[in-house]
Unconditional design. Structure first.
Length: 379
């Protein structure tokens, strides 16, 4: 059963596939024996999400999508490249002796190299045969696959400091779940290395033969980064490697934003406004501006009982009251019938225009403007 829904953002594909290929190999791995019955070809539809733009095939994943099978393990040049890459990764991000996990480690081809780089390495792999090979090589590997975001991969409840996925991510039918599962097993400062085939290069060189049933996704730098960011990761770097065939992204677990210093600024503004009102020795004070910023400031600085009324030029606000603080909102005509000693202008980008208007029409009234940096006394 095929899909017409993006597996990442859940928007629909463009109505027509961008490519159709007939009689394609049903699998790229687990090839049939010479004595096996002839395997029928399949039709391959290459689609693009109308929302996030990610290119993907609509076909179902191959039966063995949870397992990692690496022909690249037989390349000496690739092995040397990985050794240098992993050593640099460990040194650059201070991972010596730290806990690192490979998601989909196959027979341990890369896991053993990462371990040799000086980390405390472990891996998960779905194929029991591959797990047995890893265990025989002395590698710490468990038979597992990330089926949901709440999966527990931790050993003795210790989070991982880093993870890596090497040309396996594009096989996964639900990358969001896998990424969230990884996220939930990382330490606060956890980082990761993710690599996928480079669709930017495939587009540039018109490599039609790169499409296959094994690869559900075809990531460009843009769509890979957006997928990773959607699932809680910040991009540290994203570049092309291995003769531009691979996109290599280093990511960091996104942290919760700390803006608690806003409270300090709130107290600063509150103190400045109260000191200014106190300096007026009980005289009447008004506020000019009934926008959302002014309404919030009135409420959060606890000055409602010191304000006679709020002025606003918008007729639909006049005759109403400020929410939460219940101060009457009036037109500027109120300054004639019930004058005040001073006006606090809280009109955001219109504040200078308002202050000038007050100075021209009511030159005896004191004016102060609430700026981004604090209270500024104009006259």
């Amino acid at each position: 059963m095929t899909t017409n829904i993006c597996r990442i953002c859940k928007n629909v594909f463009f109505e027509e596939p961008i490519l159709r290929f007939e009689n394609m190999p049903a699998t790229a791995q687990q090839l049939p024996d010479v004595s096996s019955p002839e395997q029928k070809g399949v039709n391959l539809e290459v689609c693009q999400c109308s929302g996030c733009g990610l290119v993907q095939i609509s076909n179902n994943p191959v039966p063995y999508y949870k397992e990692v099978i690496r022909a690249s393990a037989f390349s000496q040049e690739m092995k040397e490249f990985r050794i240098n890459q992993f050593n640099e990764f460990v040194q650059k991000y201070f991972l010596k002796n730290k806990r690192v996990i490979e998601i989909g480690c196959g027979k341990g081809e890369y896991l053993s190299l990462m371990q040799s780089a000086g980390v405390n390495a472990s891996g998960i792999e779905y194929s029991q045969e591959s797990v047995d090979v890893c265990l025989n090589e002395g590698l710490r590997v468990t038979k597992s696959f990330i089926e949901n975001e709440y999966v527990n991969l931790k050993d003795k409840d210790e989070s991982f400091d880093a993870f890596f996925i090497m040309n396996f991510f594009e096989h996964l039918p639900d990358p969001n779940v896998v990424l969230r599962g990884i996220y939930n097993n990382l330490s606060e400062d956890g980082i990761g290395l993710i690599e996928v085939p480079n669709f930017d290069m495939i587009l540039e060189k018109k490599l039609f033969s790169e499409f296959m049933t094994d690869h559900l996704f075809y990531f460009t730098k843009e769509t890979l980064c957006s997928t990773l960011e959607r699932n809680g990761f910040e991009i540290i770097e994203c570049k092309e490697v291995w003769y531009d065939y691979i996109i290599s992204a280093v990511v960091r677990k996104r942290k919760k934003l700390d803006i608690s210093h806003f409270y300090e600024y709130q107290l600063k503004i509150q103190k400045e406004i109260n000191n200014y009102i106190y300096s007026l020795k009980g005289s009447k004070v008004a506020i000019w501006g009934a926008g959302h910023q002014a309404l919030a400031v009135i409420s959060l600085t606890n000055i409602a009982d010191k304000i006679a009324y709020v002025i606003d030029d918008a007729p639909f606000k006049q005759g109403k009251k400020t929410p939460a603080t219940h101060i009457p909102i009036v037109s500027s005509d109120k300054l004639i019938t019930e004058p005040v000693k001073a006006i606090l202008v809280m009109a955001a980008s219109y504040s200078d225009e308002v202050a000038k208007k007050i100075q021209q029409k009511f030159p005896t009234i004191k004016v102060a403007i609430l700026r981004d940096h604090g209270l500024e006394i104009i006259q």
